[in-house]
Ligand binder design. Structure first.
Ligand code: IPM
Ligand code: MG
Length: 356
């Protein structure tokens, strides 16, 4: 098949991890006779430096034309002045809004090869396979903002329709998995959460009668994610809770650098990015873990291009390489030699080709 893939490296380690994910997609293309055209664009701080805008018009255009968009990360100390008029992160939020990608799917699957990299005991990690479906284009991220010298506010608001479509994505995913949904909110305090819970109670049992629904308050969910992670199947939650819980959940897998994500709209379009940030502290050193981005590329193959076998081939390659003991610094046992970003990417490309 032919596909146009928008590539937005962004800032910090973004360019380093993106290069390896594009390499993995190239390896897939070489195998199956697919033709992927990669068109690069600017976003975040890099875009501010070049154009003055974090989400330039050219990038908006690219996001419209592309079959899918692969993104690295945005942000960095250079652009984090609290009084700056343009911020890298706003560019990412604008991109998500422009693409209408309201459902951010973040799978968390532990692998025995990485048990030793997690701060949790191996017996807790065995068989953990959950997915967080995070609402991505509403809530406190997008509400009206005000700041004065001594006062600031961020409005959190949700429409019923925004909650409903997110819940439906979660319901469909649960039907293909273990048929359990945990809806996470703060309904003991927040009105948006009380609406969320009411909508969930109305919609999920009616439209997905075979799916077991439970509710958890977000503070308790943060604890249960570590004490009984195996019990979770699909977690549905609002924008900010999903942001926070998935960084926490990455510790089950062993590193923030491991987790991929797919942000989906109703038009089959998608934005694919690792859940980690731009990691300015290690940018340019060639030590970043490219696995989260490579696994995001696998999600792109599956969700936007319908290439499920190819997606699985990439995922299998990543885990084979990890099983063979090749690891970037974030996953390596202290004192043992670690692979560079490039070496990790090369090993995975090699493995993709070898699986022929
Ligand atoms: C993420 C990131 C972003 C978010 C930032 C960079 C705006 O933390 O994708 O999880 O909060 O959504
Ligand atoms: Mg985050």
């Amino acid at each position: 098949m032919e596909a146009l893939i928008g590539v937005l490296p962004g800032d910090g380690i973004g360019g380093e991890v993106i290069a390896e994910a594009v390499g993995a997609l190239d390896a897939v293309a070489a195998l199956g006779g697919h033709r992927f055209e990669f068109r690069h664009g600017l976003i975040g701080g890099a875009a501010i430096d070049a154009t003055g805008r974090a989400f330039p018009e050219d990038t908006r255009q690219l996001s419209r034309e592309a079959d899918a968009v692969l993104l690295g990360a945005v942000g960095g100390p250079k652009w984090s002045d609290p009084d700056a008029s343009e911020r890298p992160e706003q560019g990412l939020l604008d991109l998500r809004a422009a693409m209408g990608v309201y459902a951010n799917v973040r799978p968390v699957r532990t692998h025995p090869a990485l048990f030793d990299a997690s701060p949790l005991k191996a017996e807790r990690l065995e068989g953990v396979d959950l997915v967080v479906v995070r609402e991505l284009t509403g809530g406190i991220y997008f509400g009206e903002k005000h700041r004065a010298v001594d006062r600031a506010s961020d409005l959190c608001s949700y429409e019923r329709s925004e909650i409903e479509r997110l819940l439906r994505t979660g319901g469909r995913m649960a039907m293909e998995r273990r048929r359990k949904i945990t809806s996470v909110d703060k309904a003991n305090v927040l009105e948006t959460s009380r609406l969320w819970r009411r909508v969930a109670d109305g919609l999920l049992p009616a439209e997905f009668p075979d799916v077991v629904l439970e509710h958890l308050l977000v503070d308790a969910a943060a604890m249960h994610l570590l004490s009984r992670p195996r019990d979770f199947d699909v977690i549905v939650t609002e924008n900010m809770f999903g942001d926070i819980l998935t960084d926490e959940a990455s510790m089950l897998v062993g590193s923030l650098g491991m987790l991929p994500s797919a942000s989906l709209n109703d038009r089959g379009g998608g934005l694919y990015e690792p859940i980690h940030g731009s990691a300015p502290d290690i940018a340019g050193l060639g030590v970043a873990n490219p696995c989260g981005t490579i696994l995001s590329a696998a999600m792109l193959l599956r969700h936007s291009l319908g290439l499920d076998a190819e997606a699985r081939r990439v995922e299998t390659a990543v885990y084979r390489v990890l099983e063979s003991g090749v690891r970037t610094r974030d996953l390596a046992t202290p004192g043992t030699p670690a692979a560079t970003t490039r070496q990790m990417g090369e090993a995975i490309r090699h493995q993709i080709a070898a699986a022929r």
